[in-house]
Design a protein around this ligand. Sequence first.
Ligand code: AMP
Ligand code: MG
Length: 316
Amino acid sequence: MMGTKTERLSATLADITRAAGILRSGGLVAFPTETVYGLGGNARNDDAVAAIYEAKGRPSFNPLIAHLPSVEAAKRYVSWSDQAERLARAFWPGPLTLVLPLLEGHGISPLVTAGLDTLAVRVPAHSAARALLSAFDGPIAAPSANPSGRISPTSATHVRAGLDGRIEAILDDGPCTVGLESTILGLFDRPTLLRPGGISADEVAEVLGAAPLTRNGAEAITAPGQLQSHYAPSSSVRLNALDRRGDELLLGFGDMDCDVNLSQSGDLIEAAARLFAALHELDQTGRPIAVAMIPQYGLGAAINDRLRRAAAPRNI
Ligand code: AMP
Ligand code: MG
């Protein structure tokens, strides 16, 4: 997407409609939330979500937060609970993200959840974000709108400095007010604070009637989203394979003889978009998996990171 002209949009009805149209056609739009500017793409479109990783130059597939217009919309994608209801009433719209089990038939791209069976959901409070979510009328996957490794952007100028020419549009509605990222709370057996943020653990405790479990900060940062193990196939995975050995099925890349091809034409965005579905498909056969060499540039870095995890010895 390098070389795209990045449109400047404002929070007028016409521009919000334009931004929703860009999202609908698979494009990326940076938009303000009360925490930081997010880099939004259609959460149900594999290619759009792959393009988010590509634009940010992210070296790994960390799960992304799905932004939604309302509690009702959230309930279409995740299994709702009593605790979720109480927290949503207290803090939504606002800077609290809830991680909940995905519902059957959710339609969310596996690149959003990094293959997990839980989804992080949030209803933001910012008026422009809400207007965009209503106009788009679907889940918007959005990490912070900065190149990987740089500081989160709290103004449209920050976004342009990092992503100009790499995304379709920036919706400029001034600086963000919270400037802190959202608090992430996993609603598993015990509510667990996965990332501190705009809403404090005490505020959450008051609503839940008990303090959430916390994880030490270093762990939360170096291993985000690892409360449940990352998706790994149950079959063995062998990397950098040149051909099949024994009973193996070959996951290919580029013009080659294989069982499933990530991208016949050698397109890394297409390969990223298909990665999780391809691994699931091969895993279902119960046969060992061999994976062809994937180049290490662009999205190849994130694909290889994920494949290395899939191939690593299991400790569970
Ligand atoms: P960012 O996109 O920079 O706001 O970061 C999103 C954060 O949410 C990351 O730390 C993710 O690991 C975390 N996250 C998103 N989805 C999940 C999930 N399903 N389980 C656990 N953590 C998640
Ligand atoms: Mg970030």
